[in-house]
Design a protein. Structure first.
Lengths: 218, 218
DNA sequence: AGACTGTCAGACCATTTGGTCCAACCAGAA
DNA sequence: TTCTGGTTGGACCAAATGGTCTGACAGTCT
């Protein structure tokens, strides 16, 4: 379980206890929502896993959907952090290498968050659509400019920045969402440091260097 | 309706009609399961969308889980087809280019299947785990040998075949599962032929040629 | 024609679900 | 102590859900 909020303890421990309770509920909710979706997870099960009564859960979060949104909100920020770090001052090689590593770390440390995010997307992101169209879109547009700058400068081969970003998202996310499949085939998880490094290294090598020995000029 | 194949079936029109009904149910089930998962989709909703009564649905599929498995089974074969096509006789360039195209086509033409597959993976693939460990694993192992052959032959730069396959899976799958996100950002879908071609082309270019202009060292 | 069999739907049931109500608890202010 | 307002849980409810039962209708076989 990996809580996403840095809870700074407040004045009296009494109020902090309830905040801790809220967080326990959110953690349990993340665990179950990420497994069964909004409709598939029951409040009973969440309350049970959090070790509180259902009434108590509904005291803190007035409805199931409110709880779901609260959990999702907590995820979103963490999720977009890596792409914000992309900066024109870096070399494309360093920036992309770093981005890949951070993203694979996310897939390792926040599997459930990754999955819940994926679930929400699959369902058409009814609760995030707005933010996708505004915040995320603007962010991607901004970083696309950076990438295009690199290309114009000749330090990156011509590529559509959008598709590059999708490729990076898809690849790294895959290691969290399809962990079962990967474990079935490779017998390893990102929790294994060696496998983690191999993952980062291989993605970096393919994306930056490509697979073909000599770059075919066209 | 006149049956096109007057084979020696017991009752040609009747059997065909019921099979069509079964398929309509499976289609509706795929549509709803892929959106809400096994637990999130109700039999009522599925029957309703298929245009049959719930009783009729349960007549053809004795339980919800049986229906789910039946749908999943139909998907699996289609899903593994592209990787089967990878062949040592082809050049790696041709093979990988072809694989990427086929896989993006799958993401375009079978969005719901892709999503249901993804959902199942996220939940830990309780119903597919066996086949992942046996069939899929063997298949991947076999194709990894082919890739390693290419590398030994010097027609492919050294890379872990597993991670290459994961990258291809993740990237292509992403266009189906995260279509909402992609549409929010790029404003296009794979249904748009231009966007489809751009997708295929960019993935091919990145994977085969890499991003960096010229490797200064090897 | 009549019996048989496969196909289909409406009524029904037990369980689970999200959510409400009310009574009780418990720390601190008076 | 008593009062008070935030906090907590057991009992409860209406709706939805997966699944069963009974019976009807339509072809087919004798």
């Amino acid at each position: 379980m990996t809580p996403l909020t840095p809870s700074a303890a407040v004045s009296p421990g009494r109020a902090a206890a309830s905040e801790a309770r809220k967080q326990r509920i959110r953690d349990a909710a993340l665990s179950l929502f990420s497994q069964f979706g909004l409709r598939g997870a029951s409040l009973d099960a969440i309350a049970n896993q959090a070790g509180v009564s259902k009434t108590n859960l509904l005291y803190y979060f007035p409805s199931k959907e409110k709880l779901y949104i609260s959990v999702l909100q907590q995820i979103l920020n963490t999720w977009l952090e890596p792409i914000r770090a992309i900066d024109a001052d870096q070399s494309p090689e360093a920036a992309i290498n770093h981005y890949i590593r951070i993203k694979v770390e996310l897939s390792r440390d926040h599997v459930q968050a990754s999955r819940l995010f994926c679930l929400e997307m699959i369902q058409g992101a009814p609760l995030l659509k707005e933010e996708l169209h505004s915040d995320l879109r603007a962010l991607v547009e901004e970083k696309s400019k950076v990438i295009e700058g690199w290309i114009a400068h000749g330090s990156l081969l011509p590529v559509d920045p959008h598709h590059l970003i999708y490729l990076l998202w898809g690849t790294t996310q895959h290691y969290a969402d399809f962990a079962v499949q990967i474990e079935a085939i490779s017998g390893k998880t990102l929790a294994d440091p060696e496998f983690f490094e191999a993952t980062v290294d291989n993605i970096q090598r393919i994306v930056l260097g490509g697979l073909l020995p000599r770059p075919k000029e066209s």
